[in-house]
Design a protein around this ligand. Structure first.
Ligand SMILES: C[S@@+](CC[C@H](N)C(=O)[O-])C[C@H]1O[C@@H](n2cnc3c(N)ncnc32)[C@H](O)[C@@H]1O
Length: 257
């Protein structure tokens, strides 16, 4: 996992200026939790919070939020905490594999980040969620990368042009590969002004069936899968399901102890 700090710090420097505000995606995440668990104030732990936008949206909705971030993206998150007050939003800069919290949480969320490292790393994280962080009756909400859509993107190359007025100051190129043996997406970025320096993130993807296997022995079970806002009936036949086959690169796993 030695690429993690450099990758998210560097990409944060490219995108933070443009993307460090609370937006529609953050409010949709709050709505997804409210729809499932109700909107009464909750204690929320967010893992890998990036710029802290979603953590801020939860705090704005009345929840008490602790959010952890490894990289200097946490500086943007700290600005949200300053605006909202430390008693509503606490930012912890650190590695969630190492960090300990005195509190327990009604909701543990990991948006758009699960799948870094090996299966054993994933299990270690899931076990910590179950044993150390979730309060009795609590729920974990974890975005999981969908292998079928990432595999279909194998070979795609794109150039993202700079747009300084919106805060995007670098022209970037992206190349996507998919390793079908390890079921891992390899997402490689280059600043076209510095083409020798490539950075890649490697994201282990799990189908819902594989996630169920991964969860065995962690203390968590899959209680729902939400794809594009729709909750799947886990007992039904999903042959031909277009959202998971072609459309959605991640789905939300709802996990309970
Ligand atoms: C793809 S970004 C998603 C950020 C945010 N959750 C969102 O949806 O916009 C994943 C984030 O997780 C953070 N992260 C990865 N591993 C981490 C770790 N071990 N401890 C804390 N943060 C971590 C990264 O630095 C990065 O900011």
């Amino acid at each position: 996992m030695d690429w993690v700090g450099d990758f998210y710090s560097r990409t944060g420097q490219w995108w933070g200026e443009a993307e460090s505000g609370v937006g529609a995606r953050d409010r949709r995440r709050v709505e997804a939790v409210h729809a499932r668990l109700g909107s009464e104030p909750k204690r929320v732990l967010e893992l890998g919070c990036g710029y802290g936008n979603t953590a801020a949206a939860f705090a704005e909705a009345g929840h008490t939020v602790t959010a952890v971030e490894l990289t200097d993206r946490a500086e943007y998150a700290a600005a949200h905490a300053e605006r909202l007050g430390a008693e509503r939003l606490r930012i912890v800069r650190g590695d969630f594999y190492e960090t300990a919290f005195e509190d327990r949480f009604d909701v543990v969320a990991y948006w758009n980040g699960f799948g870094v490292g090996t299966d054993a790393d994933q299990r270690r994280l899931l076990s910590r969620i179950a044993a150390e962080w979730l309060a009795p009756g609590g729920t974990a909400m974890v975005d999981v990368f969908n292998p079928l859509v990432w595999a279909a993107w194998d070979g795609d190359v794109d150039v993202l042009h700079a747009d300084p007025e919106r805060g995007y100051r670098h022209e970037l190129s992206q190349r996507l590969r998919f390793d079908p043996v390890s079921c891992t997406a390899v997402d490689t970025w280059t600043d076209t002004a510095d083409p020798e320096r490539e950075i890649s993130q490697r994201l282990r993807c799990y189908s819902p069936a594989d996630l169920r296997l991964l969860l065995e022995g962690t203390g968590l079970a899959l209680s729902a899968v939400v794809v594009g806002g729709e909750t799947l009936d886990l007992g039904a036949d999903h042959a031909g399901n277009a959202a998971l086959l072609r459309e959605r690169h991640e789905y939300l796993a709802v996990l309970t102890a």
